[in-house]
Design a protein around this ligand. Structure first.
Ligand code: PMP
Length: 398
């Protein structure tokens, strides 16, 4: 039966890590990853999380099934984090949140839902976007098109091009937008630009699908949710948010995400939620307990929540410091043209390095970056910053 099954090429980014692991050089650095590492090069275990984990272990509760749409304390805390506790939409019962298998599971469940509700719709994603966006929506049967986003020559957003492309989309097109810390470019819209984008979405009757995988990684919990807050106030009645705690809680493997759907009325919201439950029931039946219990335990305790926010703040501050440090050291090595890296947001940076320069970084210096020039700033450290800056300056000199 499997004789004609085609071998699909492996994920290029995971392949990069395999090559890095096999590299014998002691000075090697892997900037190809999508994970926040601490100064010691480890994935942090947050204190607030550790505390809940110890309590859970001591309680040793029975492991029953969760409801199909997840742990109620988790989903409630999630919608409050995304929309703010005082959001009128929450009070009106128009916001339903479902626990999902990471942010990826939220995207997939949201895609399944929209395919049912808008069977002929197209989805527009930024050019470039996180590669899995195309894969997830394509797998569900959406036609995936691009809208202009990044201007490589200026290392920033081509905002006029973006608005022009959005204006060309048919009514009912789903538009996927990164709320903050755009992956892969690190280039985010300003609040004023968000207002303009939202105005176009409203005018053209487009369907907003927000992906927020890095809330708190740029400016803070509230500031990084500005796009969601503005949409909530905009009068656009229906939209979807896929969110992830993988990075903000450093819980990558626990697969903690959520799909949040805003509906026009509380009644609509109940109907939509029943559809989501049907999708999940036929997919993996119900989500897993542990990661959600950790997040709900932290967010449900004022003391632990404050500790988490402080730890998240430290991660964010460290990323900003690494950006500043890299720019400074590049300039000191005769490469002042990288100043834009400091203005980018989140873990990732489109460095502007060409594929040939990325190859030289790998071959000559053992520094691994994605072929597009994407580097993970959070994989730098004060220990490797000088080495990386010297190497990047060397390959950019030609
Ligand atoms: N969206 C974006 C933009 C991401 O970068 C990621 C993670 N790399 C996700 C969604 C998925 O998050 P998760 O790992 O929680 O599935």
């Amino acid at each position: 039966f499997f004789a004609n099954v085609e071998l699909v090429p492996g994920d290029p980014i995971l392949g990069l890590t395999e090559a890095y692991n096999a590299d014998p050089r002691a000075t090697k650095v892997n900037l190809g990853v999508g994970i926040y590492y601490d100064e010691a090069g480890r994935i942090p275990v947050l204190d607030a999380v550790r505390e809940v984990e110890q309590r859970l272990a001591a309680e040793a509760k029975p492991r029953g099934y969760l409801p199909i749409d997840g742990m109620p304390d988790y989903t409630k805390a999630t919608r409050e984090l995304l929309f703010g506790v005082d959001s009128p939409l929450l009070a009106a019962g128009r916001v339903a949140t479902t626990q999902t298998v990471g942010g990826s599971g939220a995207l997939r469940t949201g895609a399944d839902l929209l395919k049912k509700v808008l069977p002929h719709a197209t989805i527009a994603i930024s050019n470039p976007s996180w590669e899995n966006h195309r894969a997830v929506f394509g797998a569900v049967g959406f036609e995936v098109v691009d809208y202009t986003y990044f201007d490589a020559a200026r290392h920033g957003i081509d905002f006029a091009g973006m608005l022009a492309d959005l204006r060309k989309l048919d009514a009912g097109t789903v538009v996927l937008l990164h709320a903050c810390c755009h992956n892969p470019t690190g280039a985010d819209l300003t609040v004023d630009q968000w207002r303009e984008v939202i105005e176009v979405l409203r005018e053209r009757d487009l369907f907003p699908f927000i992906d927020i995988a890095y809330q708190g990684f740029d400016q803070g919990i509230e500031q990084d949710a500005a796009a969601i807050r503005l949409l909530a106030e905009s009068g656009i009645a229906t939209f979807v948010v896929a969110s992830s705690y993988s990075k903000s809680f450093s819980l990558y493997g626990e697969r903690v995400g959520a799909l949040t759907v805003v509906s026009g009325t509380a009644e609509e919201s109940r109907a939509v939620q029943s559809q989501i439950k049907r999708i999940i029931r036929a997919n993996y039946s119900s989500p897993s307990t542990h990661g959600a219990a950790l997040v709900a335990g932290v967010l449900g305790s004022p003391e632990l929540r404050a500790r988490w926010e402080a730890e998240l703040g430290q991660m964010r501050t460290r990323i900003h410091a690494l950006r500043a440090g890299l720019v400074e050291k590049l300039a000191a090595n005769g490469a002042p043209e990288f100043a834009f890296i400091q203005d980018q947001a989140g873990m990732f940076s489109y460095s502007g390095l060409s594929r040939a320069q990325v190859d030289r970084l790998r071959d000559e210096f053992g520094i691994y970056a994605v072929g597009t020039g994407r580097i993970c700033v959070a994989a730098l450290s004060l220990k490797n910053l000088d080495y990386v800056a010297e190497a990047v300056a060397a390959v950019s000199r030609g």
